[in-house]
Design a binder for this molecule. Structure first.
Ligand code: FES
Ligand SMILES: [Fe+2]
Length: 363
């Protein structure tokens, strides 16, 4: 399976990487070990010893976290991936004795991984600054859910929120609220879907946090996907005709990390913005965390895993051709954008290979 590589992947929440700990993740089918180096900055190395391929994450940090020791025969690798200690024989370290080091950046309380060969540009990390420490609003738990689902099926799910009216009936939507104005926009690396509805019954989640009286509201929802798999969802309600400033809003973060084939890790967090009479911040955070966890883990995950099994049973991701409806326009557009990025990278690689072959021929 191919992945876009010259873009940033959400790897794990920064809080989930404690100093002194080794955390392993499989990202785009590559085993990666994360730890914090001597200065506390995150480090990402190939999680496969160059000697006999044991995961370094089963070993231990040494030299004040300046190296990680393989548990099998004790080779140590520094934060740049190069072997720094061979405890055997003369102790000679062959030049090829190294594991790959990946660029990793800590930003917006997330660790971001770069898997490509181009120079990494941190400015390509999408803006999730509303999660930064000190930003306004009440933040939910920074949560993550393992799913036996291809990451693109999760992106499809998020770019078509019509499913909230059925799958999340009573929690995030209702069939009576299905009809809405939909606008789709995008660039060569993003897709944005805007949904607006007027004078409708509020969803349970929003009603709980707004007036808790079931009275009609206007709603808006703006879901933006940035390649490869970063989504930000702004959703809010306000009294009919009152304008968004008089309502409340939740900004949801959905960072989908492809792991091995047909599996992903779904990182979620949300920030709640607005007044909430009668609730303190801790209550709001707990409600937001619990309802979102319920919706994503107990409602989305089983459906998406069943969808994945349908593909697997039929022979893989290209084995079935879904019949498309109007609601599939945004997911299709995102798939086209991602496919084009992946094809562009493959072409660049082919051009580089051809160039190298010419070079070899001349010599
Ligand atoms: S497998 Fe790592 S040192 Fe031998
Ligand atoms: Fe959902």
């Amino acid at each position: 399976m191919s992945y876009a590589t010259n873009l940033w992947y959400a790897a794990l929440w920064a809080d989930d990487l404690a100093e002194g700990a080794l955390q392993s993740r499989t990202i785009c089918e590559q085993p990666i070990v994360f730890f914090r180096g001597p200065d506390g900055a995150p480090v990402a190395l190939e999680d496969r010893c160059a000697h006999r391929f044991i995961p370094l994450s089963m070993g231990q940090l040494c030299d004040g976290a300046a190296s990680v020791e393989c548990p099998y025969h004790g080779l140590r690798f520094g934060t740049d991936g190069a072997c720094v200690l061979n405890p055997h024989g003369s102790g000679r370290i062959p030049a090829t004795l190294a594991v790959r080091a990946y660029p990793v950046v800590e930003r917006h309380t997330m660790l971001w991984l770069w898997m490509g060969t181009e120079t990494p540009d941190p400015d390509l990390i999408p803006d999730f600054s509303y999660l930064d420490p000190g930003a306004p609003g009440v933040v939910s738990k920074r949560d993550w859910i393992e799913m036996d689902v291809d990451y693109q099926l999760v992106i499809d799910n998020l770019l078509d929120l019509s499913h909230a009216s059925f799958l999340h009936r009573g929690v995030l939507g209702d069939p009576s609220t299905l009809q809405c104005e939909i606008a789709i926009d995008g660039t060569d690396s993003s897709v944005t879907v805007t949904r607006t509805r007027s004078n409708i019954a509020p969803s349970k989640l929003f009603d709980l946090m707004f007036r808790n009286d079931g009275e009609a509201v206007d709603t808006w929802s703006i879901m933006r996907w940035d390649a490869p798999s970063c989504l930000r969802h702004e959703a809010g309600i306000c009294p009919p005709g009152a304008g968004r400033d008089e309502g409340i809003m939740v900004i949801g973060t959905h960072l989908v990390t492809p792991s091995s084939r047909g599996k992903c890790i779904y990182h979620v967090a949300a920030v709640w913005l607005g007044d909430s009479p009668g609730s303190d911040d801790a209550e709001i955070s707990a409600q937001l965390s619990a309802l979102r966890r319920y919706a994503f883990d107990e409602q989305d995950r089983p459906i998406l895993e069943a969808q994945q099994r349908a593909y697997d049973l039929a022979g893989g991701p290209d084995s079935l051709r879904p019949v498309m409806l109007s609601i599939d326009a945004a997911p299709l557009r995102a798939r086209r954008v991602l496919a084009s990025i992946i094809a562009g990278e493959a072409q660049d690689e082919a051009d580089t290979d051809a160039g190298e072959q010419v070079f070899v021929t001349i010599h």
